[in-house]
Design a protein around this ligand. Structure first.
Ligand SMILES: [Zn+2]
Length: 250
């Protein structure tokens, strides 16, 4: 059977990996959760320092400027809070991964890291938060679930009002509680299970999304869609067939 390897990286406390694994195993997939990604890499002290230095270079300093890895920033320079360039993060992690476990790529498994880091990709003159970065390894960002899909339009309308009048934004968030995924949301576990399937299907079929707006592989743009569609974990018959076909591969 084709193996699917999962790792976690700074996960939110509400993410229950056993349930994510269970959801995927129910689709016939052979899943192995390997725990914390950095532990799995087991980097020596020198390598750890190298990794940290690399990661600090791919933080987004200005949301309208693509990250330049070779540009150094003074440590005191402010940067966009915890937003990283997703493709650079992938490049850095894949380099360390292959250095530490060179045989893994040969075995041709699927590797996905569930990360609490906020990842973005640059396009249309600014960074956009992403839930998924497909590739080796693939990333599913739980912070991206919160920041990527848009909140209800009224939220942004009211936010502008709150900002204008200097009111506390946490009050606004309270009013919309439940209508978007929050950082310590209990629903993150079920939603994450659905999102693991997207880079998996992409890896095998090149197909990124499903057109069926009830299917977990639908490309949700709104929080409401994520909370309805990905939370349900439902797969349309065609996608379920494809996933089960992947599960039977060798
Ligand atoms: Zn589908």
């Amino acid at each position: 059977m084709f193996p699917l390897f999962l790792y976690s990286d700074n996960p939110p406390p509400t993410l229950v990996m056993e349930e994510v694994v269970g959801f995927l195993a129910d689709l016939g997939l052979l899943v192995e959760f390997r725990g914390d990604f950095l532990n799995y890499l087991s980097l020596a002290a020198g390598e750890m320092a190298e990794l940290e230095s690399s990661l600090s270079r791919v933080r987004v300093f200005n949301i309208e400027t693509p990250v330049d890895f070779f540009e150094t920033h003074p440590p005191s320079e402010p940067f966009e809070k915890e937003l990283y360039d997703g493709f650079w993060i992938q490049r850095i992690f894949s380099r360390f991964f292959l250095r530490k476990h060179p045989g893994e790529l040969v075995e041709n498994g699927f590797h996905a890291v569930i990360t609490g880091r906020l990842l973005g990709t640059y396009g249309s003159r600014r960074y956009h938060a992403r839930v998924i970065i497909s590739g080796f390894p693939s990333f599913i960002s739980t912070a991206g679930l919160v920041e990527g899909p848009a909140r209800p339009r009224e939220y942004y309308f009211l936010k502008a009002e709150f900002v204008r009048s200097g009111k506390d934004l946490s009050e606004l968030d309270e009013g919309f509680r439940g209508k978007f995924v929050d950082y310590e949301d209990e629903r993150i576990t079920k939603i994450t299970g659905s999102y693991v399937l997207q880079p998996l299907l992409h890896h095998f079929s090149g197909k990124e999304f499903c057109e069926d707006s009830k299917c977990a592989l639908f490309n949700s743009h709104w929080q409401k869609e994520v909370l309805d569609i990905q939370y349900s974990g439902f797969l349309c018959p065609e996608c379920e067939r494809e996933i089960r076909k992947i599960a039977k591969r060798r």
